[in-house]
Design a protein around this ligand. Structure first.
Ligand code: AMP
Length: 368
């Protein structure tokens, strides 16, 4: 079978590598000169909204998928009659707009932080009165990794924050003083089979994911997160892997957002689960039986951001992934997964890696 992937970044690369033993052929579409996924198949070099590029990609494959959620919906909708596109375009449409996304969660009785749609400075002042401060102002569309969002600590910051972001519609959200963050990742295939991974705990700094740990120990949180994820998968008649992110406050969950794709917080599944999220995404879109999502050990994942370590190499327990990207501040260049027999041992190994990463001078790969 031939799989087309819009986007050839590290998620495309890991999908391509996971597909090798399923005997799949991959073609990617990406405007970048040397994208990470080029090691997994040819890359058609076109902008993501190029009708010519998308048509050429569709003509070469049996099924089309995407590795990031800012794919232009209108552009791929023109292909809907000529090729199967999974996850469904409707899921993409909701994930691209934080207001639609929150309304979808609410329609499923999934709790979300208090929010107000903002189209004017007056709306934002109203939001500060109704939700209170601090609040976070976000663009409704095209935000990721904490980009396009500003924390408003008090009312004197309202004008500047609105001025900085108001090029499109916005949303103001209550700033949630959460205990921790978790994600739920699951797959559904066209036959309706659903498989959900153990829940993962995530730590972000400046809006970017730094560390994930799985399986999460709290049974109540896991049960609630699985229930919400299952409801979302069913409502969207979803096909593929989907990740949902939550804030945990005591015994409550508030949904932050969902991604209609494989997710950074599921990278640990490559070594830490029987079947990785990447393989299960491919199985789902090809309507194959889904693989076992059980964890085979305790797993921790650290993102390598901005630079790569000089000497941390792969061993039985450390698995380092280098995406082959040009180093740049704030850029995700790779990740390390560690496997352990217990949660305590995993946390201890993660601490050791963090210390090594801080102690080492990171090397900067040159472009030669
Ligand atoms: P997002 O781009 O919405 O996923 O935000 C990235 C990260 O910023 C989240 O994972 C949180 O750590 C933090 N964040 C976003 N929205 C809020 C909020 N309303 N309250 C507290 N933290 C938030």
């Amino acid at each position: 079978m031939r799989v087309g992937i819009i986007g050839a970044g590290q998620l495309g690369q890991m999908l391509g590598l996971a597909g090798k033993h399923l005997d799949l052929e991959f073609t990617f579409l990406d405007p970048a000169a040397e994208p990470p996924a080029r090691i997994a198949g040819p890359v058609l070099r076109f902008p993501f909204d190029s009708h010519a590029g998308l048509r050429e990609l569709a003509s070469k494959v049996d099924v089309l998928t995407y590795e990031f959620e800012n794919v232009p919906v209108e552009a791929i909708a023109i292909l809907a009659d000529s090729v199967k596109i999974y996850p469904p375009i409707e899921a993409l449409r909701h994930a691209q707009d934080r207001l639609y996304e929150k309304k979808l969660f609410e329609s499923l009785a999934i709790p979300v932080p208090a929010y107000v749609a903002v189209d004017s400075e007056e709306d934002l002042r109203g939001a500060a009165r109704s939700i209170g401060v601090p609040l976070v102002l976000k663009t409704r569309r095209l935000g990721y990794d904490g980009k396009s969002q500003i924390l408003i600590g008090n009312e004197s910051e309202i004008s500047a924050a609105f001025e900085a972001l108001h090029r499109g519609s916005l949303i103001a959200e209550q700033w949630v003083d959460f205990d921790r963050e978790v994600s739920a990742i699951g797959a559904r295939n066209a036959a309706g089979e659903v498989a959900i991974y153990p829940i993962t705990e995530n730590r972000h700094i400046d809006g970017i994911l730094r560390t994930s740990r799985a399986p999460d120990a709290s049974k109540d949180v896991a049960e609630m997160a699985r229930k919400y994820l299952t409801e979302l998968l069913l409502r969207l008649r979803y096909v593929g892997v989907l990740a949902m992110e939550f804030f945990v406050l005591g015994d409550r969950l508030l949904a932050n957002e969902f991604a209609p794709r494989v997710h950074n917080s599921g990278h640990w599944t490559i070594e830490g689960a029987v079947t990785s999220q990447f393989e299960n995404h491919l199985r789902a879109i090809l309507n194959m039986p889904l693989g076992d999502t059980s964890a085979i050990s305790h797993a921790g994942m650290i993102n390598l951001i901005g630079s790569l370590p000089a000497t941390l190499s792969n061993s039985g327990r450390y698995h380092m992934h280098d995406y082959g990207k040009e180093p740049r501040p704030g850029r995700k260049l790779g990740h390390i997964t560690v496997l352990a027999d217990s949660a305590e041992e995993r946390d201890c190994e993660l601490d050791k890696i963090r210390k090594k990463l801080t102690a080492q001078r990171f090397f900067i790969r040159t472009s030669s």
